[in-house]
Structure formats: structure tokens, C-alpha cells
Design a protein around this ligand. Structure first.
Ligand code: HEM
Length: 446
């Protein structure tokens, strides 16, 4: 589903850097609008200013949104020394830590990413099928059968449990429940949009010194470091296939293992990047399926026959129509030509996942939930971008798609979904865009 033509670069590029047009709202107004109604704001600005517009954000500086696939391709394939993603995510530093792959740039980022990539390779995901299916089945069997159930908290519990087992490699017992409690407490800190705004306003340095925040993090770190130490000494380390055990055995190019601090930061990164995102995507999948009985029927039939193609298309279409994250960010280190315009150093370019997924030239009837479109044509590298792209593309993309498939397979085999009330719309929850009633459905037994 690539666009056939893109002649944006035909016009001569101005030699002095300049910003594209955008709303001339006050900083307060544009920041508030973004926090309150991000998707509507993107739609409005797109209608008014087209595929490239400037948007100013308090504490974040100047953003330039992009929705033309050719311009997005330039960003995803551009020199990572000039396009800093880590720097653009710096607000997460106090929680994720300085070694986090999400926050590093340039050679330090590539070094860390190279070390982690093999553990997330698509082919390895089969190792997690059983544990994911077991967690999903146990969770689904606890849902009420006779009254509506809100998917989002249920899916959050499920994806947290899957990360604890498949990524952290923790089994039953007291250690699992301590880790679960501590991690949940930390995730709650981030889940509340008001607290998140407070964190952004305070800035990473002051936040790190802020008492209640620091104490919370010290508690969770204690449990994480205990887990890392125990695993380092585990007799069966070489036979284990959880991600922590693989990372403990991985070696940097100079032969050095990952330090405890590095492992702690990456575990926290995988938790924060992989928990809420996958739970939200699953909630949207259920919300959409419950409202589309013909698509749900087809999914049930194909899953019962052991076919995966339609299931994969349902996942792709969910992530297209309801992208969990609306944009990705790269900070320009030097002026750079993007989309036929020389943009100034220091701005953050923001390929808009949401806008490109709604382009009717790429996706006819973009508002319709129609999984078939991904059977008719494969997803394009720069037109289907729920996981971002290039050297920063989501490390957990295969993990997330595999997990969604396992969970949805268990779900349609066990329950019959029916919708409740009006269709849900997207509202902001810190960084993800979630269903406004938490994806409320009836899930009666089969
Ligand atoms: C549906 C679920 C998910 C969505 C929609 C999602 C989306 C994203 C996006 C948009 C990015 C930024 C990409 C860019 O800047 O180009 C990202 C980065 C990342 N994600 Fe995910 N993600 C999901 C699940 C996961 C999972 C399950 C994990 C791990 C267990 C994970 C780990 C990461 C990491 C480590 C990065 C940073 C990569 C880097 O900077 O090199 N994500 N994700």
C-alpha cells in the first residue's frame, strides 16, 4: 500500500531553513489542545495546512508533523546521527534510566539495539506461545459471563503477566507477586495523565530528586536487582528462553556482558514500552470485533480451522485504524531537507502514524474496519507504521503481534463477543490512545 507517486521534492529547496505553516495559537492553547484532544487536533491541522505543519509545545519545543509517506521514508531511512529519537524521549529518563535503548542515540543506541535484537527476532516468538496462551486462558476464564466487562484493565493484567513470565522469566510464587506489585505501582505513576504532565513540567533532573518519586523507584529497583542477581547465578541459565536470561548471556562487541544497571534499565524499558501498548491494541481489537459481527464470524471460522491469515489481517487493521501511539519523534541535530523543505536544527520532526493511516489514497474508506485490505495488499513499510520505523522501529513488534494473535485465538475460541452501547472513541491516556469506556463488551461463554 505504498503511494505510487510523490513529487514533493520537485520544487527547489530554499537554502535558509524555514518552518512550514501551522496554527498561530498561544503556547498555552496549543499545548492544552494537544494534551486534551490530540487526534482531533491532528485532523484539524491536517485539513488546514496539509501534509506538513508546525506545532508548538511547551517544554517540548517546535514539532513538525509529517504525513506524506515519502517524507516519512526520509526520516526513517535518514542518518541516525542527525535524527535523534532518544533525545526526543528524554522525559522518560528518570524511570527508564540512562542505559535504556529507547533513550540512547547514535553509536551507543546501535550498540545496545544490536545486543537486544536477536532476543526479539520473529522466529524466536514460538518459545512464548505456550506461556502466553496459558496466561490468556486463565485470565479469560475469570471474566464475568453475564454482564459487560471492560477490556482495558483485563488486558493490562494479561500483558503485565505475560511480560513478567516471558520477558522477566519469573514463575509462580512470592517473588512473582512482589515483582508484580512493585511494577504495577511504578506503571500507575506513568498511567495517570495528570501525573505525567507534572513529570514533564518538572523535567528529568528535578523529578529524579523528587522524594516520593525517588522512594518508589528505589523500592522497585531493589526487587529488580534481586531478580537479576538470582538469575545470574541460576544453574539452568543456558537452557532458559526468557528475555532476561538471553540478555544475561548476550555479549557486546568487545565481549563484555551487560551490567546490572544496564539490565535493570532495559527491563524497565521493555515493561513500559510493551505493557500498556499491547493491552491497548488488544482492547481496540476486541472493541472493533464486537461491533463487526461479519468480521468476527470470519475470524472465528478461520481460527477454528487453524488458519492465521485473517487473524493477522485483523491485527494489522486494528493497529491501522486505532494506532496506539499517534506519532514518533526525531530531533534534528542539523538543518535537514525533508519533504522538499529545509527544516532548522533543533526542531522535532513527527511522522504521524495516525494521519498516514487515514489517508484515503492509501486506504480507501479509511474510517471503515476492513481487515480484508491487508489480505488484498501487504502492509507498506512507510504507510503502515504503528511500530514506527528505521533503526528505531519498535524492538517488540514481533512480540506484540505474536502476543495479540495468541490472545485473540484464545478469546474467540472461549467467548462470544457482543458490543454494548455506542461505538467508543479514542481518548488520551499519557502516551497511548485508548477506548473512552475501556472497550466494554459482553463476553458470553461459547
Ligand atoms: C501493540 C504494541 C506496541 C506498539 C504499538 C509499539 C509501538 C512502538 C513505537 C511507535 C515505538 C517508537 C518507534 C520509532 O521511534 O520509530 C516503539 C519503540 C520501542 N518498543 Fe514498542 N510497541 C509495542 C509493543 C512493544 C513490546 C511488546 C515491546 C517489548 C516487549 C516493545 C519495546 C520497544 C522498544 C525497546 C522500543 C525502542 C526501540 C529503539 O529505540 O530502538 N514495544 N514501540
Amino acid at each position: 500500500m505504498e503511494l505510487a507517486t510523490a513529487d514533493i521534492s520537485r520544487a527547489p529547496v530554499a537554502s535558509t531553513p524555514e518552518l512550514p505553516p501551522g496554527p498561530d495559537w498561544s503556547l498555552l492553547k496549543s499545548t492544552q489542545r494537544w494534551w486534551r484532544r490530540p487526534l482531533q487536533t491532528l485532523d484539524q491541522c491536517h485539513v488546514r495546512y496539509g501534509d506538513m505543519f508546525t506545532y508548538r509545545m511547551a517544554h517540548e519545543g517546535t514539532w513538525v508533523f509529517l504525513s506524506d509517506p515519502e517524507a516519512i521514508k526520509q526520516v526513517f531511512t535518514g542518518d541516525p546521527r542527525l535524527l535523534h529519537a532518544g533525545e526526543a524521549n528524554i522525559a522518560l529518563l528518570p524511570v527508564l534510566g540512562e542505559h535504556s535503548v529507547l533513550l540512547l542515540d547514535e553509536p551507543a543506541h546501535m550498540k545496545e539495539r544490536k545486543l537486544m535484537l536477536p532476543s526479539f527476532h520473529g522466529k524466536r516468538m514460538q518459545a512464548y506461545r505456550e506461556v502466553m496462551a496459558q496466561v490468556a486462558a486463565d485470565e479469560i476464564d475469570r471474566w464475568p459471563t453475564d454482564r459487560p466487562v471492560r477490556m482495558r484493565p483485563r488486558m493490562q493484567a494479561m500483558t503485565l503477566e505475560i511480560i513478567l513470565r516471558a520477558v522477566f522469566g519469573v514463575d509462580e510464587g512470592e517473588r512473582l507477586s512482589r515483582l508484580r506489585d512493585e511494577l504495577r505501582r511504578t506503571l500507575n505513576l506513568l498511567a495517570n495523565p495528570k501525573r505525567a504532565i507534572f513529570m514533564v513540567l518538572l523535567g528529568p533532573e528535578r523529578l529524579r530528586r523528587f522524594g516520593p518519586f525517588r522512594r518508589n523507584l528505589e523500592r522497585v529497583d531493589r526487587v529488580l536487582f534481586e531478580e537479576i542477581a538470582a538469575r545470574r547465578g541460576a544453574a539452568d541459565l543456558a537452557e532458559r528462553d526468557d528475555i532476561l536470561s538471553l540478555l544475561l548471556q548476550a555479549r557486546h562487541e568487545d565481549g563484555a556482558p551487560m551490567s546490572d544497571e544496564e539490565l535493570r534499565d532495559e527491563l524497565m524499558t521493555l515493561l513500559v514500552a510493551g505493557h500498556e501498548t499491547t493491552a491497548t491494541a488488544l482492547s481496540w481489537a476486541v472493541e472493533l470485533l464486537a461491533r463487526h459481527p461479519a468480521e468476527l464470524d470470519r475470524l472465528e471460522t478461520e481460527v477454528a480451522a487453524g488458519e492465521d491469515a485473517y487473524l493477522d489481517a485483523v491485527i494489522k487493521e486494528t493497529l491501522r485504524l486505532r494506532p496506539v501511539i499517534a506519532l514518533v519523534l526525531r530531533k534534528l541535530v542539523e538543518p535537514m531537507e525533508i519533504g522538499g523543505r529545509l527544516l532548522p536544527a533543533g526542531v522535532r520532526v513527527a511522522p504521524s502514524i495516525y494521519l498516514v493511516h487515514r489517508n484515503p489514497e492509501i486506504y480507501p474508506e479509511p474510517e471503515r474496519f476492513r481487515p480484508e485490505r491487508f489480505i488484498e495488499q501487504p502492509a507498506g513499510t512507510y504507510t503502515w507504521i504503528p511500530f514506527g520505523g528505521g533503526v528505531r522501529r519498535c524492538l517488540g513488534a514481533s512480540f506484540a503481534e505474536f502476543e495479540m494473535a495468541v490472545v485473540l485465538r484464545e478469546l474467540v475460541a472461549r467467548r462470544r463477543l457482543r458490543h454494548v452501547g455506542e461505538p467508543e472513541h479514542s481518548v488520551r491516556s499519557t502516551i497511548t490512545n485508548v477506548p473512552n469506556r475501556g472497550a466494554e463488551v459482553l463476553a458470553s461463554p461459547r
